[in-house]
Design a protein around this ligand. Structure first.
Ligand code: PRE
Length: 282
């Protein structure tokens, strides 16, 4: 029986497109399962209803996907097995003409990714945020053309629901891309190769002067390349933060382990979320 890979649905989301691509690259194909909500998708993996899930983590225009980061930080069982960098192409799709559009539906991320286009072409339109781009297409398709509703979605979502393209490639930057993590429960599969990145999450004592500098020093002094730093509220009290560090994997494994151990000593808690390969799609 093939493994299951959960992904934000319904069919036609950017996430589903990324997961279908990834699936083609895998030696053993997975069965893709669409889940209407990102948190539920991650929970399904944690609780064993899905083997893995492909979830968005960060967009090049809009930054972090907080629900993914917060769930990874809180989870005792999830680990990252792969990273995928996926180009995101947004289309404005509707049943009506562009001039008749009064209300535009989409996921909050693509709405932000297309902010300049929306301001220039539809400053009067009501913008409605929904759970995914494909859900936006479904909602628009359920109404007559006279409603003046439109969706920002993938071409496939529009085609699946019978919408026509009003404007193509409406994102504010043509290099718009989203980073996804494929996640699973710890210890449920073989190591994914090649090892290219390590994800560390820790909480640092924010009241101590120089606490973050002290931690960063442990990587810098050993020549460990940090490719991203992100902070999120610890969700315990105002002013308490956790940090996400993406580190480049190195053949000098001992040095890498030593730096992580040194950071652990200076942290309130630290989790290693995994070592994984990175797939970049042009
Ligand atoms: O709504 C979708 O199509 C999704 O797959 C979600 C999502 C996101 O959460 O950022 C995924 C990638 C893109 O950045 C746009 C939207």
């Amino acid at each position: 029986m093939s493994e299951t890979m959960g992904v934000l649905g319904p069919k036609g989301t950017h996430s589903e497109a990324a997961a279908s691509y990834l699936n083609e690259q895998l030696p053993q194909r997975c069965e893709l399962v669409t889940v209407p909500d990102l948190f539920a998708c991650l929970q399904d993996v944690e609780e064993g209803r899905l083997d893995t899930a492909l979830v968005p983590v960060e967009n090049s225009l809009e930054g972090a996907i907080n629900i993914t980061l917060d769930t990874l930080a809180r989870s005792e069982s999830l680990e990252v097995m792969r990273e995928l960098i996926w180009p995101v192409h947004n289309q404005l799709m509707a049943k009506c003409d562009g001039a008749a559009i009064k209300r535009i539906f989409s996921h909050p991320q693509p709405i932000s990714q297309c902010r300049a286009y929306l301001q220039q072409h539809y400053p009067q339109a009501e913008i409605v945020k929904v759970a995914s781009t494909a859900r936006a297409a479904e909602l628009v398709a359920a109404e007559p053309a006279s409603s003046g509703w439109a969706a920002i979605c993938t071409k496939r979502a529009g085609e699946l629901t019978g919408l026509s393209t009003v404007a193509a490639e409406i994102q504010d930057n043509m290099a718009n891309c989203t980073r996804f993590f494929q996640v699973r429960r710890r210890g449920t599969g073989a190591e994914c190769l090649p090892k290219e990145k390590v994800l560390i999450i820790c909480q640092i004592d924010g009241q101590k002067a120089g606490a973050l500098y002290d931690v960063l020093k442990e990587f810098a002094q050993r020549g460990i390349n940090m490719t991203r730093i992100e902070s999120r509220p610890a969700r315990t009290e105002l002013g308490a933060y956790i940090f996400f560090f993406d580190l480049e994997y190195t053949a000098a494994v001992d040095v890498l382990q030593e730096s992580i151990a040194a950071v652990a000593k200076k942290s309130i808690w630290l989790k290693n979320l995994g070592t994984f390969p990175v797939l970049i799609v042009e």
